[in-house]
Design a protein around this ligand. Structure first.
Ligand SMILES: [Zn+2]
Length: 132
């Protein structure tokens, strides 16, 4: 994995931050544009245009932040799932599943699976009956 869980988390947090900055920018300049009267919009169109331009930029930044947030979330899920798979595999290698009662078991000498009614291990030939 190129992206670690920490890296994915940073992308998620950055996405939230950038999305919030974009949203705030869009809302602030939308309010500024809305607060201008019809007369002000007519007399100073460049100021109105500037406000609406900033609204557009704010929305683009907000969308970029949202996309980053989603990508970070996907990376986070992938990294969590892959690490879970890894730990499951390690646990499987460390401790083989114990045989359930009545399902037989493993030879205590060579580890070969044996049937529950077996008297002799088919692998090493030793007696499977426990010594009293
Ligand atoms: Zn054996």
């Amino acid at each position: 994995m190129v992206f670690t869980r920490t890296g994915a988390l940073i992308v998620v947090v950055l996405g939230i931050a950038i999305g919030a900055i974009g949203l705030i920018t869009a809302v602030v300049f939308q309010n500024a544009a809305n607060s201008m009267s019809i007369w002000e919009r007519f007399t100073s169109p460049s100021e109105y245009d500037f406000n609406m331009e900033m609204v557009g930029i704010g929305w683009v930044v907000a969308i970029v932040g949202g996309i980053m947030f989603i990508i970070g979330l996907v990376l986070l899920l992938v990294s969590v799932q892959s690490s879970q798979g890894k730990s499951n595999a390690q646990a499987g290698m460390m401790s083989p599943a114990p045989a359930a009662d009545g399902m037989g078991g493993f030879c205590q000498y060579c580890g070969r699976p044996v049937s529950p009614d077996a008297v002799w291990c088919p692998g090493c030939g030793r007696s499977l009956k426990k010594q009293p």
